[in-house]
Design a protein around this ligand. Structure first.
Ligand code: PLP
Length: 365
């Protein structure tokens, strides 16, 4: 598989093959993970709980579910945990009452992959786009929905970084009780609970959360789902027991126990985000869309055939991986997603870009 064309960002193994280096050397702007790392020592949690690996994990992670329910002000039967939020998308698509999946373009590709995996019909609705961003087409969605639909909405959306207008979406959810809505809030920790629908309780609302992004643990796989008790029961039926391993359960407990430094970390990430936007704009080769998340969708302002050369040179010469958006529905090689990393890494990227632009942007291809 071509590295630029991997299904998701963060495919370090193929990136390193292409860059002819070790995976550690890749400066990965292609997956959007908290640049400060986890706000606690993962090693300590693993060391303390390593002995537990000789037994099966709690099949439904009851201790973690109870702690999460308390954390979000829910009852235990309104929460389940899964092997990453990806597992939740696939489980929701398999709910027997779901006949058709509705997704927006561009959005996270696993929503439609989940539909394909269980051979359900798929309806794609284009996001409305202009230079100020990619917005949900509420009118088109209202017109298109029918009984038995399940609608995936990312908020913040990947790759655009836009959040929903919570009141508008809540209204749609209430008006369409025979349609299920999965709101994917994998990146909500970066922008705040005021954008979330987690406190709304509706018969047809499912919230999906991920620990991967903010807590910087993509390798452990941990996601959670919040809904009403009957729907949680339905979704749980689609998830194999022991899906969340023992270490993931312990790390999850730690994630919700560390409230103290989390707000400061969020503020620092958003400061880095603003600075990166200014620096990317200063490179002069992008239109940078507004984002509520720890990544930016950018539209290249240079000749299309130079883009691939620059992406390739970034990777092979500087070991920098960006997320080309050419395999997102409705996007092309003309779009790229860039994660917010540390200040030094963000500066390294912008310096490398400027150098490459000097070499290639004005060269005749
Ligand atoms: C918008 C969005 N939702 C969910 C996921 C999956 O996250 P997890 O690691 O929890 O499966 C991703 C992964 O990139 C994503 O971009």
């Amino acid at each position: 598989m071509n590295s630029i064309q991997s299904i998701h960002g963060g495919d370090l193994r193929s990136l390193s093959k292409r860059a002819d280096c070790s995976t550690d050397e890749i400066i990965d702007f292609s997956s959007s993970i908290n640049p400060y790392g986890a706000p606690f020592s993962i090693k300590d949690v693993v060391n303390i709980h390593i002995e537990g690996l000789s037994a099966y994990p709690d099949p439904y992670a009851e201790q973690l579910v109870e702690a999460l329910a308390k954390h979000w002000g829910k009852k235990n039967d309104q929460v389940l945990v899964a092997n990453g939020s990806n597992e939740i998308f696939y489980a929701c698509a398999r709910i027997p009452q779901v006949k058709r999946i509705v997704v927006f373009s561009p959005s996270y590709s696993s929503y439609s992959r989940a539909a394909a995996a269980c051979a359900k019909d798929l309806l794609k609705i284009e996001l409305l786009r202009d230079d100020f961003g990619f917005k949900l087409d509420y009118k088109q969605l209202s017109r298109s929905m029918k009984e038995g639909d399940l609608v995936y909405i990312g908020s913040p959306n990947n790759p655009s970084g836009e959040t929903i207008e919570p009141d508008k979406v809540h209204h749609l959810i209430q008006k369409n009780p025979k349609v299920l809505f999965v709101i994917d809030e994998a990146f909500i920790d970066f922008c705040g609970e005021k954008h979330s629908l987690i406190q709304k309780e509706e018969c047809n609302l499912i919230i999906s959360r991920s620990f991967t992004k903010f807590f910087s643990i993509p390798g452990i796989r941990l996601g959670a789902c919040i809904s009403n008790a009957p729907l949680i029961k339905e979704i749980q039926k689609q998830i194999p027991e022991w899906s969340v391993n023992h270490l993931a359960q312990q790390i999850g407990l730690k994630c919700i126990a560390v409230d103290t430094c989390v707000d400061e970390m969020k503020d620092n990430i958003m400061t880095l985000q603003k600075k990166l936007k200014e620096n990317l704009l200063a490179c002069g080769c992008f239109h940078v869309y507004p984002s509520h998340a720890n990544y930016f969708l950018c539209r290249w302002l240079i000749d299309k055939n130079k883009i691939r050369i620059i992406l390739d040179a970034l990777l092979t010469k500087y070991k920098i991986a960006l997320r080309s958006c050419e395999n997102f529905d409705s996007l092309t090689i003309g779009y790229v997603r860039i994660a917010v990393k540390s200040e030094a890494e963000n500066n390294y990227l912008c310096d490398a870009l400027k150098k490459l632009l000097c070499i290639y942007a004005n060269k005749k291809s």
